[in-house]
Design a protein around this ligand. Structure first.
Ligand code: ZN
Length: 98
């Protein structure tokens, strides 16, 4: 079985080999902070309890991913839930070591 660190390893490999998500031509969501398909959410770190703001990508639909805490650098599982119109319904942060 693959451990909970598998996702992080894949992400690391992607970064190492320069594999970036494919964006459609004309998709400016990544570079335009005011684009409707991206945003910033406040996250309460489940490890250290500090709150920080993180960019979220609403163009990829409901998803979960791992992002390191900007304060204590522990890996946080971000769960993004979008509604049928693409609106943000829920954004949760949880530990991955439970
Ligand atoms: Zn933290």
């Amino acid at each position: 079985m693959l451990g909970p660190d598998h996702g992080r390893m894949e992400k690391t490999l992607d970064e190492q080999y320069g594999l970036e998500p494919v964006f459609e031509p004309g998709d400016q969501a990544e570079s335009d902070p005011e684009a409707p398909l991206s945003g910033v959410a406040d996250v309460d770190c489940p490890y250290c309890g500090e709150r920080f703001a993180t960019a979220i990508d609403l163009s990829a639909g409901s998803q979960s991913y791992i992002e390191d805490c900007q304060v204590c650098c522990q890996p946080i599982e971000m769960r993004l839930v979008l509604g049928p119109s693409g609106e943000l319904v829920a954004f949760e942060a949880g530990r991955i070591d439970v």
